[in-house]
Design a protein around this ligand. Sequence first.
Ligand SMILES: NC(=O)C1=CN([C@@H]2O[C@H](COP(=O)(O)OP(=O)(O)OC[C@H]3O[C@@H](n4cnc5c(N)ncnc54)[C@H](O)[C@@H]3O)[C@@H](O)[C@H]2O)C=CC1
Ligand SMILES: O=C([O-])CC(=O)C(=O)O
Length: 328
Amino acid sequence: MTQPVNVTVTGAAGQIGYALLFRIASGQLLGPDTPVKLRLLEIPQGVKAAEGTAMELDDCAFDLLAGIDIFDDPTAGFEGANVALLVGARPRGPGMERGDLLEANGGIFGPQGKALNAGAADDIRVLVVGNPANTNALIAQANAPDIPAERFTAMTRLDHNRALSQLAAKTGAAVSDIRNLTIWGNHSATQYPDIFHAQIGGRPATEVVDDQAWLEDTFIPTVAKRGAAIIEARGASSAASAANAAIDHVHDWVNGTPAGSWTSAAIPSDGSYGVPEGLISSFPVTSAGGAWEIVQGLDVNEFSRARIDASVAELTEERDAVKGLGLI
Ligand SMILES: NC(=O)C1=CN([C@@H]2O[C@H](COP(=O)(O)OP(=O)(O)OC[C@H]3O[C@@H](n4cnc5c(N)ncnc54)[C@H](O)[C@@H]3O)[C@@H](O)[C@H]2O)C=CC1
Ligand SMILES: O=C([O-])CC(=O)C(=O)O
């Protein structure tokens, strides 16, 4: 029998946690042959609810679930972790931008970075979901100097999936016919969903869409502001779709992306496409052998350049702000 993989989930008693844990335990995160041990990390007030969720996980009798432990101490929670999903953080409410959460949430990720550094397994892979995700990932990474920097990533897969779905609805194509969309930049309203390299059924997406006004005035703002639209409609921020995207991100990171297509993830920049080295920014990425790689050599037109630059400028401001707060 394969050794179980230790998966630590923070914010396990929250709404994303509730949508996520059952899917991890059923094998959707790592695949149908990999048993998992869940390590649920909560704040003390969240432990009782996490215990309730653990009871329900038991009641599913998942074949692949090799154990559940619950912690309120990050050092214990990340001990031996192979995969860490950093979800636990405050969600925004109506009228807020995700960056407004920096002060409330930034303080969570330094201690968690230190705890990961102290005790996580050598192959640790970290996905930050808690907002503002890119900059929180930067904070965790800065506090974990012994972990390779590229193991810290932030989630823009939900934005990517939203863009796929909007483009499918506009063109009547199946989602599976669409390839090589990209989300660039920050998981915020400045993100840039780029269809200039995308293909639909083998044809350039721009040619199939053939509607620049829709691209500028509908597609880009709909994708970029979808989180706020969900909050407005549901009265709470997206949960099941966020959990789904976290599953997609880690699944592809560990198991690889399909040949001939890429996805989007926020990973540390190596300076590609003019994004300052070290910023955790969303790129077109493929994964092979358990590592993300930025797709190279794409032409970036003027329209795209301006939008990528604006989102990267916001990331730079957030990095400077957390420097100012002494978090990195
Ligand atoms: N990157 C993305 O695409 C998305 C990010 N998010 C973000 O994910 C985060 C979580 O959202 P929800 O689950 O809806 O929130 P929630 O409020 O339902 O749950 C958050 C949970 O985290 C726990 N928590 C708080 N501080 C913690 C700490 N230091 N350690 C461990 N647990 C802690 C809380 O007790 C709570 O149970 C929010 O910041 C939200 O904005 C949400 C949707 C998409
Ligand atoms: O919008 C929010 O605050 C939650 C989130 O990140 C999303 O749904 O993309």
